[in-house]
Design a protein around this ligand. Structure first.
Ligand code: DLL
Length: 436
């Protein structure tokens, strides 16, 4: 098939399925041996299941292997799951650890190279090339977003602007002065940049931007439409996690309909988060990844906690890689409120459908043994009014919308534009005050 999209590595991204499967079989066998030889913690887990590397002969045997969870990473913190000595590594990244569960990932030069290739694939899939000027507004440092996109951008040959996150005025000035065409940052920050530009009186045609690569947090289709409209661009999703190198595990193509998983490097499964049972393709469940090619930090069957669905279908872009949908939330982000499962993404969908910006905060508390759900929602400047009747009508409308989406009653408070604190990185959407 002649690819419709330009690809960074077309021979891999559009490879026949049998070829992809052959790479996976071969790489899995090699990776299991690597882990057996070099990661005592995982070897012990295999031994406990009565397994040796000889039991894993192809992807069909994957299900036999034990899972790796955040608990394994915690127990072996910082580098007990590393399969190479630190002297052979050239880079370490880490999660922020704000929830007290910091995770570190290590890279050899070979790992860096493959990671940057994955990100380069994501950049080229948006239609960008070496003529593009790529402004990386993800945080640089221990977070994988900044340096990950930076590495991919340089591989593609873009002029890379390593501006990092924050300082909105400076972001806009650089964008205008350099003629930035590709923006990489979190979706919530892209929305904020759009809002700030509007306030400065800038219209989309006065900004050179053409496209954005947004990820690192959940964002809805409604939010995509908003960002595309305010910035006058096409916005593409990118997925990844620190444990598996960072951004670039999966990426969106011109179809903007699900993310292609870089299957030559990452093997995906969907499991039932409660039982660990592998679910049939197309089912909704927890996403599990096996890293096939990483040398220094090769996780086998890593439970991401992201709730997702996989789709195997012919894509109009010509790529043959399996697709994952937008993660629908994390199993550990899921709030249980009065016994009902609530994902922040459901709340967001209701707000955006009713014309509100994605600036909100969900505050959960427990009063007299009953959970309370309080949602603060920002009004747009156009909605802003001191007419209390109008505010009350709008609040009621939102309460109704939320009740039909969640099956739960919530208290909604409309607040003035810009009163909810903006984040330069991942947005803080939930404050759970319950002591559970
Ligand atoms: O967020 C890596 C990254 C950087 C991805 C830049 C994309 C762009 P962590 O900080 O380890 O790594 O967080 C990983 O973020 O398990 C998901 O829950 C969430 N996440 C990442 N990308 C997406 C996305 C980076 N596109 C965790 N949509 C993951 C929804 C995402 N959630």
């Amino acid at each position: 098939m002649i690819p419709m999209d330009r690809c960074y590595q077309p021979e891999v991204e559009c490879a026949p399925r049998e070829q992809i499967r052959a790479w996976q079989d071969e790489r899995l066998v090699k990776q299991v041996q690597n882990v057996w030889d070099n990661v005592p913690h995982y070897r012990k887990k295999m031994e406990e299941k009565g397994l040796t590397p000889a039991d894993i002969r192809s992807v069909d045997d994957l299900y036999k292997l034990p899972f790796v969870t955040k608990a394994d990473l915690r127990d072996t913190y910082p580098n007990g799951m590393a399969a190479r000595p630190m002297k052979d590594c050239v880079r370490v990244h880490a999660t922020s650890g704000t929830t007290g569960k910091r995770v570190m990932g290590f890279y050899t030069q070979h790992d860096m190279d493959l990671w940057e290739d994955c990100v380069a694939r994501a950049i080229v899939a948006t239609g960008a090339d070496s003529e593009d000027i790529c402004q990386v507004g993800y945080g640089y440092g221990m977070f994988t977003g900044g340096l990950g996109l930076d590495g991919g951008s340089r591989k593609v040959g873009c002029l890379t602007v390593p501006i990092s996150s924050g300082n909105t005025d400076r972001q806009i000035t650089f964008m205008q002065d350099l003629g930035t065409t590709l923006l990489c940052c979190t979706p919530s920050y892209a929305a904020y940049l759009g809002e700030s530009m509007k306030e400065m009186g800038l219209t989309p045609d006065q900004i050179p931007l053409k496209r954005a690569i947004l990820g690192a947090e959940a964002w809805s289709e409604e939010m995509r439409r908003d960002i595309e409209k305010t910035l006058g661009i096409k916005a593409y999703d990118i997925y990844g996690l620190t444990e598996l190198s960072g951004p670039g595990v999966a990426y969106e193509c011109s179809a903007q309909d699900g993310m292609h998983i870089n299957e030559d490097h990452f093997l995906a499964e969907i499991i039932d988060p409660d039982t660990g049972e592998v679910l049939p393709e197309g089912s909704k469940g927890e996403l599990v990844f096996t890293s096939l090619t990483r040398e220094a930090f090769p996780l086998l069957r890593y439970r991401t906690r992201d709730i997702c669905q996989l789709r195997r279908e012919k894509c109009s872009c010509g790529r043959t890689f399996l697709k994952m949908c937008k993660p629908m939330g994390r199993s550990d982000d899921m709030l249980i409120i009065r016994g009902v499962n609530v994902f922040p993404s459901q709340v967001e969908t209701v707000l955006l459908n009713q014309g509100y910006p994605a600036n909100y905060q969900i505050i959960v508390d427990r009063v007299k043994n009953t959970d309370t759900l309080d949602i603060q929602v920002e009004m747009t400047p156009e909605m802003f009014t001191d007419n209390l009747g109008e505010i009350s009508r709008r609040q009621k409308e939102l309460v109704e919308g939320l009740r039909s989406m969640l099956g739960l009653s919530a208290k909604v408070t409309l607040v003035a534009p810009k009163s909810i604190v903006r984040s330069e990185g991942k947005a803080v959407r939930v404050i759970d005050k319950r002591k559970l």
